[in-house]
Structure formats: C-alpha cells, structure tokens
Design a protein around this ligand. Structure first.
Ligand SMILES: Cc1cc2nc3c(=O)[nH]c(=O)nc-3n(C[C@H](O)[C@H](O)[C@H](O)COP(=O)(O)OP(=O)(O)OC[C@H]3O[C@@H](n4cnc5c(N)ncnc54)[C@H](O)[C@@H]3O)c2cc1C
Length: 405
C-alpha cells in the first residue's frame, strides 16, 4: 500500500477551520484559564458543543484518512491551547477505550449520545492508580460479579483521570474504569467497565493542581461498592488464561489509537512556540535564512532550523502512525515512535523558544512560558518517554515484555 503525505484539499480546509477556531476562540481566553486553575471554561465548552460539533468541514477526503484528520485537528487546537483542547466535551480516551474493546452494540449505546442535542457530555478513562502507572498491569482495583443482581461491583482508587470531573459528574458522561476480575489471572483478568456519571459509589475526591494544562480537570476518583450492570463490561467477561493478556490487550489497543493524537497535541504546542519565535525575531528585523550553508548560519538560525526539523520529523511519524491505524494495520511500534519523538521535540522546542526570547520569553506577557509548562505532560501521559522507548526497543529487537522491561 502506498503512503502519501500530501493532505487532500478538504483536509487542508479542516486544518484552516481548526486553526481559525484556535486563534479566535482559544487564544483569547488561554491565559485566564491558566491563571484560574480548575475554573470551568463554560464559554469554550458552549461554543464547541453548540457551534463547532458538526460544523467542521467533513467528507471529500481520501477514503480512510479520518484518523490523520483527527491528528491535524488535535495539532491545530493545541496550537490554540492544549488545556482547553482537553476540556472539550468529547468522548476522548473513554471513547477510544469503548471503540478498542467494546462490541458494536456497546459502541452505539455508549457513544451514540455524543452525537445528540442534549447538554455537553464527557468521556474519560481511568487506569492509573497510586501503585500502578507505567506498570498498568499492576492495577489493584477489583470488579466482582454479584450473581444475584447481575451487576459488577467496583472497588479501588484511580488517580490522574483527565476529564474526570466532567465525566463522573455531568449527566450523560462516563468513565471507563480498568479493573481486575481475577487477580490470579494477571493481565488476562484485567477488563474495562463503563461507569456512567453519577453512579452511586463513584466519588470525585479531588482535582490535581498542576504545572501545565491547568484548565484540564485531572481527577482522583474513588470507587466503593460501585455497581454497574453486567453489560457495562466492555467486550467479553471471559478470562482466557492460556491466551494471556486478552483483556489487557484492550488497554494497549487504546494507546495505539491515543498515542498519535497525543503526539499531534505536542506538535501543536511546539508549533505555537516556534511561530511566536519567528514572529518576534522577524519583528526585530531578523531574516531567517533556510538556504545558508551550515558554516554561515548564525546560532539563532541553526536553533530555529533544528526546531523546525524536530517538529516536522515528529509530525511525519505521527501521520504515519495515524495512517496505519486507518488502514487497519498494527501500529504499536509507530504510535510509540511518534509519541516518544513528539514528547521530546515539544519539550526541547518550547524550552528553546523561551531561551531564544530571553526575559520576554520568561515573562507572562506572552504565552510561551505557559506553552513550556504545557509541553512536559506530553512526555508523561499515554506512556512516558521511557516507556515508549521501551516499547520501540521491544518491537525492533523482537523481545517480549517479560524479557525487556
Ligand atoms: C496531567 C495528567 C493526566 C493524566 N491523565 C490520565 C488519564 O486520563 N487516565 C489514566 O489512566 N492516567 C492518566 N495519567 C497518568 C499517566 O498516564 C501516568 O502518570 C504515567 O503513565 C506514568 O505513571 P506513574 O505516574 O505511575 O509514573 P511511574 O510509572 O512511577 O514512572 C516514574 C518514572 O519512572 C520511569 N519508569 C517507569 N517504569 C520504567 C521502566 N520500566 N523503564 C524505564 N523507566 C521507567 C517513568 O518513565 C518515569 O520517568 C495522567 C497523568 C497526568 C500527570
């Protein structure tokens, strides 16, 4: 199958649409919601839910380039504000988990409401626990079936759950919770459950105060005797010990879909910083020469060209991983490559931007100091830099996770 890096005309249109949305609706409120951590950006939520959903250009693309477009949307909106992007009422990671592990009927049932006309709703996904982050197979949250009522009962604590406030509290929302139905079965015993907002026994106990993406609601959720109907277990309840990892594979499949999106988000933040550097340098009368031979380049030119190259390399890796996803190809290696590259690139590019702009970069007069803070999370969630490098090494060297860990 041929790979084509040219975007179709309609994808260009979509890109321009999201860029304008980012510039006109996100940038003007970016600083306010960074300062006022945890305030709900109602104007943005209403605007997105009421005017943007359904209004974005669709169709006309190559068959199957939808996921590349999703990445382009993520990049452009994070060029606007990565925190606000995360605070959009969408099914988000929760939706990705339903798609990766649910049946067709479950997909329709749980994701259908996101296309409805009701009030804004959110999805979230909760894997991480106080004693299980990178090693997600170590989760302690349990799910046991009450045979008499045919309900699953969840008990445990989930931390760092993005969109956890909206998804657990607002009507219509849901949290996909990963729990073990059989500790002795290890990874094979791990399953995912859809817990609708407001379910008794699911408690929002706090929101994380953070360095960056401060408008994003990162929640701690406690589950105590939290009951959901049997058909809220996504996929099959069967624990197939001989086919190890079966339930757990759902979680990993979710990451194969979400890592290219997080990579795209990182690139958007990095591009914002690079664009500002260019704008300020040009306003100061400096012309950046792309064609100057290396020995004639100024230090600033070399830095800017390196920033451009890093972002473009990350972007191409990201589009490849997204394109493979569209083709139904296994993209575990490519998704981790893109995520690792983009996480490192955005951290470097935003720090360099602050450095190049000096005190002006460090000051809150511009958003670049915020982008430097917003950047680092891309190297942490959805698998840290180290974990994604580990996955790449396993795939390239063909070592199982039991050997290379
Ligand atoms: C803002 C934010 C939002 C988040 N959103 C969500 C969410 O929506 N849902 C969710 O479930 N989780 C979420 N997370 C959790 C996130 O995915 C985890 O923090 C991440 O997976 C790392 O796990 P940990 O925090 O336990 O760190 P640890 O696993 O303890 O890692 C600490 C350090 O050790 C390194 N390390 C760990 N194991 C290895 C290894 N084998 N080899 C080399 N280095 C290693 C890591 O790379 C890291 O540098 C979020 C986190 C944050 C900060």
């Amino acid at each position: 199958m041929a790979i084509d890096f040219e975007l179709t005309e309609s994808t260009h249109e979509a890109r321009a649409f999201y860029h304008a949305l980012a510039r006109d609706q996100m940038r003007p409120i970016s600083r306010r919601y960074d300062d006022d951590e945890h305030a709900r950006p109602q104007e943005w939520i209403d605007h997105y839910w009421g005017h943007v959903r359904g209004a974005a250009p669709r169709g006309g693309g190559r068959p199957g380039d939808g996921f590349v477009r999703t990445c382009i949307q993520a990049e452009e909106l994070c060029w606007g504000d990565a925190g606000l992007y995360l605070r959009m009422p969408v099914s988000a990671l929760g939706g990705a988990a339903v798609v990766a592990t649910g049946t067709r009927e479950q997909r329709d049932r749980f994701l259908g409401p996101f296309a409805g006309d009701g009030p804004p709703i959110w999805g979230a996904m909760a894997i991480t626990e106080p004693a299980a982050g990178s090693d997600s197979a170590a989760i302690q949250t349990t799910a046991r079936l009450d045979e008499s009522t045919q309900e699953w009962i969840l008990d445990g604590t989930k931390i760092f759950c993005t969109c956890g406030e909206g998804a657990s509290q607002d009507p219509g929302g849901f949290v996909v919770v990963w729990a073990t139905v059989d500790r002795d079965a290890g990874r094979a015993g791990i399953k995912s459950f859809v817990v609708p907002a407001g379910t008794p026994g699911m408690k929002l106990v706090g929101l994380e105060k953070k360095m960056g993406i401060r408008v994003s609601d990162t929640a701690t959720l406690v589950f105590e005797g939290c009951r959901v109907p049997a058909d809220h277990l996504l996929g099959s309840a069967e624990v197939k010990k001989r086919k190890a990892d079966r339930g757990f594979k759902g979680a990993m499949a979710t990451f194969d879909a979400s890592r290219p999106i997080v990579a795209a988000m990182a690139i958007g933040v990095g591009q914002a910083a690079l664009d500002l550097v260019r704008e300020i340098l040009e306003a100061q009368g400096m012309t950046l020469r792309h064609d100057a031979p290396p020995r004639e380049q100024t230090a600033i030119e070399r830095d800017v060209l390196e920033m451009e190259a890093e972002l473009q390399a990350a972007r191409l890796l990201t589009w490849r991983a997204a394109w493979m996803m569209n083709q139904g190809l296994a993209n575990n290696l490519e998704a981790s490559m893109a995520k690792a590259k983009a996480g490192r690139a955005v951290t470097h590019v935003t720090q360099k931007a602050v450095e190049l702009l000096g005190p002006e970069g460090y000051s809150t007069r511009h958003l670049v100091e915020k982008w430097m803070r917003d950047a680092k999370i891309n190297d942490i969630y959805e698998g840290t830099q180290q974990i994604n490098q580990l996955i790449v090494a396993r795939r390239v060297l063909d070592y199982p996770s039991s050997v290379l860990r």
